[in-house]
Ligand binder design. Sequence first.
Ligand SMILES: [Zn+2]
Length: 856
Amino acid sequence: MRFKLILFLFAVTSVLAAASPEGIPRELARERASRISSVRYQLQLTLVPHAPSVSGHEEVRFSLNSAGTVLLDFREGSAAKLMVNGTAAPANIENGHITLPGSSLHTGENLVSMDFTAPVAPAGKAITRFEDKDDNSEYIYTLFVPMDADMAFPCFDQPDLKGRFRLELTAPATWTVISNTAAESDLRIGPGQRHTFFSETQPISTYLFAFAAGPFRKVHETPGLPGLYVRQSKFQRAEAEAPEVQEITSQGIKYLAEFFAQPFPFPKYDMVMLPGFAYGGMEHAGATFLREESILFRTAPTHSDLLNRDILLLHELTHQWFGDFTTMRWFDDLWLKEGFAQYMAYETLASLKPSENIWKRFYQAIKPAAYGIDSTKGTTPIYQDIPNLKDAKSAYGAIVYSKAPGILKQLAFVLGADNFREGLRLYLKGHAYANAEWSDLVHAFEHVSGKSLDPWASMWIRHRGMPQVQVEWSCDGQDHINHFSLSQHDVLGEGGVWPIAMQLRLSYPTGAPVAVRAQLDAEKADVKEALGKPCPQYVFANDQDYAYGRFLLDSRSRAAVMELLGSVADIFQRTLLWGSLWDSVREAELAPRDFLGLALRLVPAEQDEALAQNLIAHVITGLHRYVNTNTRTAIVPTAEALAADQMMHSPQQDLRIIWFRALRGVAENPAARVQLKGLLSGQASVPGVELRPLDRWSMVTAILALNDPEADSVYAAEQKRDSTGDGQKYAYVAAAARPTAAAKKQYFDDYVSNPARPEDWVEQSLATFNYWNESDLTLPYLKPALDALPQVKRQRKIFFGLAWLNAFIGGQQSPAALALVQEFLRIAPLDKDLRLKILEVSDELERTVKIRQRYP
Ligand SMILES: [Zn+2]
């Protein structure tokens, strides 16, 4: 006991000795969590239009169980008039912390107050200003996740020091203000000012506190339905979309409250649409912020787009329980909230819309991204070590958003649906308005199921990478299976052996397929249940996509599947088989031109919009990356003609939209460009489809990138036609595709040295800058883009860094580009997480080079 105590004191002293560490090290967070409790923030903020900062006054109350110095987190702002329990103290900010002197603090309740200012900017700050160019109005909103609350006000910025917030906002009287709770009072004061008091929140983490202010309008206000806000210039558009958004959310609330056996945990639920918002959505407790473009589509939406919107709404909604009500203790368990939000969004939608084949969509939307990173040397375990909050951004990516839900689907299959649900109920009940870790959830699952999950969790949660599963089978002279075995190998060659539960499918020319449940816990296992069954036409080892891993077809099955894929009636099965064939292409085991030939032959008859969309995307990737110029030139006219024909004549509107997008994606030759220009000029149209601004601007982008002789006049005409705020952004995005060295230089300079450029403008233009046919022009920027990574990591929001790498590395296909990236990895002094991100993204370039070499 005593020895431990000494160690503990030593640890505390060492944290404090480095008076003001950079960022928020985990040790500091643990030390504070062990000493501090009952945190309350009272915040008064004044929002002034066009001002570069907000000013405020804050009172923080908290209990201490041991005396001594306490660090409060605050960076980039200024503080003054600091009082600690009535005694003045220096309001110095050092390394992002204000030191509260131990001499003024005591055990029990403490009161700290100060005045402060915090920066407001169009990009790069915790408080963002958006100027609506459509009506010159201004909006201000916060986005703190994962580590930026301390850029807006002094606080204990760690998820396990939950606080109750009381916010008072002074703002122009014409503005609407929204926060986590409803307004308790709203007074007009002074000339044109309003003063709003929000009621106190329940205990929430700092990253979940938020406000938005500006001339917002409440859309389709209906008692009993969640609130939906939009900027005033989009009010009419939003009125049309609001009922569906509110309806699916309202049904989701009912479903999740029942599923979790826990009523909606906060006093109200609003959603606020924000243009150019950095993420699809952010689940602030009681006040989710959504990217406006994810709800008010800028392109003609297909049925799949509408379902993706539902998934987004349900994902953020799930977080109100999983993330907001019960929060991970630290960002190393980020996957807990993201994995479950993603998984439960599909689970909920599958129940609300049973005819939609939601688990097929789960496979299409979730699995490729997960396998895409997990088979690279840049992958990480689901559980990620985050020693300092400043590194939390790098935990975001496909591992938490795609692999985590993928393995949760596997876990639900292993535990059974009832145990899975009961475990979640137990976990939430035990950690109401508090924090928990992965081990708490494991214990809940073990408690309800009576199964030990240790071996499962250690491989799937703590170990990186994924298995490739192979099937070997043969039949005897009487056409019965006489041998059937499964084997696995670690895709990264790191010796991993995973416990895998799966369902095998044996398919026959006539009659129903046979499903066999199988378990593979070692490198190899025989499947006795399959012996003696009639000899199948083909075998697929991941029927219904319960398992996580790469499932390639054995050679006999692959030959059969390529013969009869067009006649596989089950859409989920057909989707899985196409996915497996595409995996074979990416593994350089199937010639890309064979896949392209098959896809172009079968896709015209494909009536499933989501699968048709997948196949078209693969065709475009194959043409632009995996085949050489001669093969591409030979195939493109067929693809162009097919797209143009289907766009006009396909009987389904969704398919006409998909084929319109396909034409824009594959168009190269003069005839196809003429068709795009005809759609832009109004000489032609897609039957029944009204093209939206982004549809039009992406055609303009293609015309520019393809160096069409009329490119400049087409661009000028569109600029004249669409001078809206969005139009100005899209014009900027489109012009990044101009195939000239001067344009590339101008844009790159803008990216790295123009702080006034809104982040979403830059982010959206990265891909057009790196248009597929402009590798020669963009190669000179590959090295500067890699050199800029530390700056990108410091200044940009969570997902920007990956978009940056994907665009600059993804724009290249050559061995020279690959050599440049490898040399950079060899010599550059890089953070571990940046190195992993480069390894992750450059995997695709490595594959491209390998595929091109193998199939010249
Ligand atoms: Zn989320």
